[in-house]
Design a binder for this molecule. Structure first.
Ligand SMILES: Nc1ncnc2c1ncn2[C@@H]1O[C@H](COP(=O)(O)OP(=O)(O)OP(=O)(O)O)[C@@H](O)[C@H]1O
Ligand SMILES: [Mg+2]
Length: 279
């Protein structure tokens, strides 16, 4: 029997995979999704969503995919990790993703085939093609240059390809140095950590999504305050602390998690961090 069934839950509430069913929509998330939807509908080209490690970029990317209204005329593609060995491999991957069937001898051939597909799809068939790239900080300069050229491809009214890049903050500095790329960013959005109230709401939302009865609490108020203080509102850290806390709750047959339990968990965890020793 899993630990969560003992608590009367039907699913694991604090798994750290970016599952859209556990997506807590704070005002900031709702705003980011609404602005992305508008930019995509207006076919404005390039959107950039930035945030620190574990802030929820991949989760938001999945939420964009699963929440975008299911309408005819929109085609979404996603690259989870653009660590390609060469620009050629990147373009071949893109062309396969778009369903382009052609034999190419060079990167230029490949890019032309993609451009032809974009024209066919966006202009002739009136479709909106959206490419979502996660882990955008792994895009090389060559890949960014190809994206820039593809983003340049436009009619008088709209861009033929919509690109949404989710990346760590460091990506911003790199992109700012490529002026003709940075100029093309139609939407920039930085994901910030949750505040204390949102931390509480996220914990409660995830527990209820996993089957907790409304009105029931597994975390005391001081537990939530401690989680907020220790996680600084970073969702991955919140989820990890909550997961470990629930396991402890079941292991010691307790009823509710309090602040000292969370502190103890962190003390246990910090034992794994080796102190740096000088040789
Ligand atoms: N809006 C949210 N609602 C509920 N849980 C969330 C939310 N955002 C993030 N999380 C939780 O935090 C974890 C980390 O989020 P995610 O993997 O999306 O972060 P990330 O910014 O992509 O991290 P990295 O920089 O390492 O790629 C997720 O697995 C999920 O459990
Ligand atoms: Mg991620």
């Amino acid at each position: 029997m899993s630990y969560y069934t003992v608590l009367g839950l039907t699913k694991e509430p604090f798994s750290t995979s970016p599952d859209p069913t556990f997506f807590f929509r704070s005002d900031a998330h709702a705003q980011a999704l609404a602005r992305l939807e508008i930019a995509i509908r207006l076919r404005r080209g390039l959107c950039l969503i930035l945030g620190d490690v574990g802030i929820g970029k991949t989760t938001l990317a999945r939420a964009l995919l699963s929440n975008f209204p299911q309408e005819e005329g929109f085609t979404f593609h996603m690259i989870m990790d653009p660590s390609f060995e060469s620009e050629y491999q990147f373009l071949v991957h893109l062309s396969r993703l778009f369903g382009v069937r052609a034999a190419y001898k060079s990167t230029l051939d490949c890019r032309e085939a993609i451009e032809h597909h974009l024209f066919q799809s966006a202009v002739m068939e009136g479709r909106t093609l959206v490419l979502i790239i996660d882990e955008g900080q792994k895009l090389s300069m060559d890949m960014l240059e190809h994206l820039r050229v593809l983003l340049n491809y436009e009619t008088n009214e709209f861009k033929l390809l919509q690109v949404v890049i989710f990346a760590q903050m460091e990506f911003m500095e790199r992109v700012m140095r490529i002026k003709n790329f940075f100029d093309r960013v139609a939407l920039k959005y930085i994901l910030n950590p949750l505040d204390e109230a949102q931390t509480r709401q996220m914990i409660q939302f995830r527990l209820q999504s996993a089957g907790l009865t409304q009105g029931e609490d597994l975390f005391s108020l001081d537990a939530i305050q401690t989680i907020y203080r220790l996680s600084q509102g970073y969702p991955r850290k919140i989820a990890l602390l909550c997961h470990n806390a629930l396991e402890t709750l079941v292991m010691y047959d307790r009823r509710i998690i309090d602040g000292p339990m969370i502190e103890e968990l962190l003390r246990d965890e910090s034992r794994w961090i080796q102190p740096v020793t000088s040789s």
